[in-house]
Every structure is written in C-alpha cells, then in structure tokens.
Design a protein around this ligand. Structure first.
Ligand SMILES: [Fe+2]
Length: 360
C-alpha cells in the first residue's frame, strides 16, 4: 500500500514509450532518481508496486533505466524480491544457462550468432495436480554489460498475436491441444545442446525420475545415456489470472523438429563451420531434439507454424540495451527472444512467481 513517505513514480523518473511501440513502458530516472541509494530505490519500488504492476498488466513489460544504484546480480535480485515476487529455479527449462548468484542466471549461453525465437518462459510446461500453474508469472532481465552490437531482447504482446491469428488456426490448436517430447543427451557435444542433468538439475537418475514423476512425465533412458521425456498435453492459449485476457501461450513454433536449432549454423557462421554442422546433423538430431505434436499424436501443420512465426515477427518490437537497464516482463502476456550479437554481452535473468500464497 502507498504511504506518504515515498515519492511518486514521476517524482524520480519520467515515463515514456519508445517511438512506435506499446511496450516496454519505460521509467527513465531523472536526476534525483539517478543518484538515489539502493535502499531508497527499493523502498520507492515497494511503495509504488501496485502502480508498476498495473503498468505491467497494461503494457506487458516495464523497463527501469538510468538508476545508478543498480549495479549487479545482488541489486537485481533485491529488486525482484522487493516487487514481492518469489524467485524460481530454472529446472525443467530448455536452454543452456549458467548460475550467477542465488536464482539469478545468465539469460542464455547460446552462441552469439544464433537468434533465440520468441517464447514465454516455460509455456511448454503442462498444468498438473502438483503444478496447477507451472509457468513463471514474471521473467526479468538485467543488463550488466551492454552488447557491443545487436543482442536486443525483442518483446511481443501475445494478446495481439492471438487477435491477429486466423480463427481456424486458433480453433485447431485449442481443440487438438499440444504435447511436447524431448530427447536430451547426458553430456554436451554441440553448442546448443541441453543435457538432462542440466534440465533436471541433477545427474542422479533416481532424482531425475522423481522430478519427472512429480510432473507425471513418462521417461525412457536411451542406450546412449540420454533420456526421452514424454510430457502430457498442454493448452495452446491461456487466460491471464489477473487481467482475464486471453493470450497465445505455447512454443510449438520453436520446439519442433522442423525448426530444430541444429538445422541452423550452431557451430558458427563460417563456411567450414557450416559444413561441419551439416556433417554432424544426422547424429546430433538423434541425441537431442524437441518435438511438438497435437495431443492425439498427429502432426501440426507446418503452414500453421509458419503463420504463427510470421505473425509474431510482424508484432514484435525491440530496443537497444544500456548498462544498468532492468526489464520486468509479464511472462503470460509477453514473449521475449534474443537477437544475434557482437560480444561482449552479459544479461542476467530471473524467473519469478507472484506472491499469492498458493505455491509450494
Ligand atoms: Fe527466455
């Protein structure tokens, strides 16, 4: 709740949108905001939390820029906690990351030349009795080292995407559902592979089996030491818990053999690297893949996936990172991705659940 001790949002920052965009909503520090101490910044955030949350629900993402009190992972973590979000682990995820401190991780360890497609974090995790709402409410990023070139984190409003998609496509996805299968290796060979010890957060098979059992996933250990994970059907759209708005909410357009990362230049852009990738592809695509089908096992039409990709590409927007930027996204309303970049670049990430007293 607001108290009279703290200044309003606009006393310390000016609010704006980047030209031609609807998101993120940008809070740019003024002189007083720029120089404030960390503890004052956190108190200001807590006091204005509800209005910031309202902006998050309206725009889908809020960017804090120019607050010099924000210097690194510890400050980043403190902000997310101050916003009353419970930090979450990344176990069960699909991209390579490194732990930084606590539950703060690098945004992705995928090679710089690769584009990461638009996704809502963990939207492929299906609700189950143990996890009725298994996907993070928020995903947040902090720019520790701004990219030398490129490396933007494009954002896309999935309410708009759902409105733009052809109704017959949406009906096909909603009535037929989706299901994800993953094949994960035990050890990493190529640049993009995610191993099962990374995904499960343990190299102990029994612990991995317990993780899978809790989510009701069926798993098969394969002869090469890998594992095949069969998930349960998940919906393709979702109604936002707070705003009541319906959004497109799945990753079939990325987690599909047709678009597997190893069909791109995962080793690098040079001709000899491309040739090597081509040579390795048949073996690697057996070791590691994600594949989505409809819930009855039937194939998703490639033309539908192309339409989804095209609609997202036409809707997404991007801005250039500046050191110290802190971005909070509503993970249900907005997807994010990553553009190729020229190193260095260091963007930290954290996943969070709204504190509503119902998660274990
Ligand atoms: Fe992500």
């Amino acid at each position: 709740m607001s108290c009279d001790m703290q200044p309003s949002i606009t006393a310390l920052a000016s609010a704006k949108l980047f030209a031609g965009t609807t998101l993120p909503w940008v809070l740019e520090a003024n002189e007083a905001g720029s120089g404030m101490a960390r503890e004052d910044f956190l108190a200001w955030l807590v006091d204005n939390r509800q209005s910031i949350e309202n902006r998050l629900h309206r725009h889908g993402a809020v960017l804090f820029r120019g607050f010099k009190a924000l210097k690194g992972a510890a400050d980043f973590e403190a902000v997310i906690k101050a916003m009353s979000h419970k930090l979450l682990d990344y176990a069960g995820g699909t991209t390579p990351r490194s732990a930084v401190s606590g539950q703060v991780v690098t945004s992705t360890d995928a090679p710089p030349h690769l584009t990461i497609g638009q996704h809502q974090e963990m939207s492929y995790l299906e609700p189950s009795p143990s996890f009725p709402d298994p996907t993070p409410d928020k995903v947040a990023f902090f720019c520790e080292v701004e990219p030398a070139g490129g490396g933007q984190t494009p954002l896309c409003d999935m309410r708009t995407v759902l409105q733009k998609l052809p109704q017959d496509l949406v009906r096909r996805f909603e009535t037929r559902g989706l299901v994800l299968t993953r094949q994960l290796p035990e050890t990493k060979q190529a640049g993009y592979e995610v191993t099962w010890p990374t995904m499960f957060g343990t190299s102990d098979r029994q612990e991995a089996e317990a993780f899978a059992a809790k989510r009701r996933w069926r798993i098969e250990w394969t002869d090469d030491g890998g594992v095949r994970v069969h998930q349960n059907p998940s919906p393709s759209t979702l109604v936002h818990r707070v705003t009541g708005e319906k959004v497109w909410f799945n990753q079939a357009h990325l987690l599909h053999r047709h678009y597997a990362p190893w069909t791109g230049d995962f080793l690098g852009p040079a001709a000899d690297q491309q040739a090597e990738a081509e040579r390795l592809r048949p073996a690697l695509s057996k070791r590691f893949f994600y594949h989505s089908t409809h819930a009855d096992g039937s194939d998703i039409m490639i033309s539908d996936l192309e339409t989804v990709r095209q609609t997202i590409a036409e809707t997404m927007t991007m801005f250039d990172w500046k050191v110290g930027d802190l971005l909070i996204c509503d993970n249900k309303l907005v997807s994010h991705g990553r553009q190729p970049y020229t190193p260095p670049r260091r963007i930290l990430a954290a996943l969070a659940a709204d504190d509503r007293g119902e998660r274990t």
